[in-house]
Design a protein around this ligand. Structure first.
Ligand SMILES: Nc1nc2c(ncn2[C@@H]2O[C@H](COP(=O)(O)OP(=O)(O)OP(=O)(O)O)[C@@H](O)[C@H]2O)c(=O)[nH]1
Length: 266
């Protein structure tokens, strides 16, 4: 195990990006071909990921019609630019709730409530709303990101087991971890592809991450390893988490943390 780095963050900013009136659109004038909808959703997610990346943010596809981004430092004007980009390039528009909270769960809850106050996701009159809760664009301090993955997924699952069974196994691990971190620590946790699960967390000690790992092992039998990173932006924190995860892979330890001593040059 690596050294404990103590850091605090007073707040985190999370944006909830919601496609406007998407449900009715998918069946108007008649149900649209499913693969066309899948391609559109994938492109919109790619657009969001690339947009927040230019501001060193993080993005999660969530349910695709509702996407989440960690947008610390991004202003209302930045979000409006993304709305304009979607309007100009796609056959749909998006509304956005921006929430600032003391914990990831609080921030996402605040973003949700701000957006819900603007009207229903299936209200044809609610178009391109941008609602805020808290001091947007002003979240100084350090952010914590934990990047989990399944130990040896390739040799234990991908190369040996039925792909359907493997997928369900990863989903079970995700639900177990996400529920635990939300209930215990107000974390927001999402599957990001492969065997990777990323958690936005308050500043926690290493014992908390070990407890989360043990919970997943006890409830699903899945052995997770986790890299934890801190930084002033989601990218910085997430990149350090990746460096820490690499350390786990090299050493065989299950938890590693990379603090600010690791400089980020990419
Ligand atoms: N989104 C995302 N996917 C990744 C990342 N790293 C690996 N993957 C995906 O996860 C899959 C498994 O890769 P690994 O986790 O390296 O494989 P492993 O067999 O579990 O090996 P160890 O992690 O060393 O235990 C790959 O096929 C990739 O699709 C990452 O940083 N982000």
């Amino acid at each position: 195990m690596n050294i404990t780095v103590t850091s605090t963050r007073e707040s985190i900013q999370i944006s909830l990006v919601q496609l406007d009136n998407y449900g009715p659109w998918t069946v108007t004038p008649s149900p649209r071909r499913e693969t066309d909808l899948q391609a559109l959703q994938a492109r919109l997610y790619a657009a969001l990921a690339e947009f927040v990346s230019t501001h060193d943010g993080y993005a999660f596809f969530d349910r695709f019609d509702n996407m989440i981004a960690v947008t610390d430092g991004m202003t209302v004007a930045d979000h409006k630019r993304f709305q304009e980009q979607v309007r100009n390039q796609y056959p749909v528009t998006v509304s956005i709730g921006i929430g600032v909270g003391e914990t990831p769960t609080n921030a996402l809850g605040a973003a949700s409530q701000a957006l819900q106050a603007e009207g229903s996701a299936q209200d044809a009159e609610r178009t391109e709303r941008l609602a805020t809760a808290g001091s947007v664009g002003d979240t100084p301090g350090l952010l914590t990101i934990a990047h989990f993955d399944v130990v040896d997924v390739t040799s234990e699952f991908t190369d040996r087991k039925d792909a359907g069974e493997t997928s369900l196994t990863i989903q079970r691990a995700t639900v177990s971890l996400a529920s635990y971190l939300r209930e215990e620590y107000d974390g927001v946790t999402r599957f990001v592809g492969g065997d990777n699960i990323i958690a936005l967390c308050p500043s926690l000690d290493l014992e908390a991450f070990e407890a989360a790992r043990e919970h997943v092992q006890a409830t699903t039998g899945i052995d997770l390893q986790v890299g934890i990173g801190e930084g002033e932006t989601p990218h910085e924190a997430g990149y350090r988490a990746k460096l820490a995860l690499e350390e786990c892979r090299e050493t065989g330890q299950r938890i590693d943390r990379v603090g600010l001593r690791a400089t980020i040059d990419r």
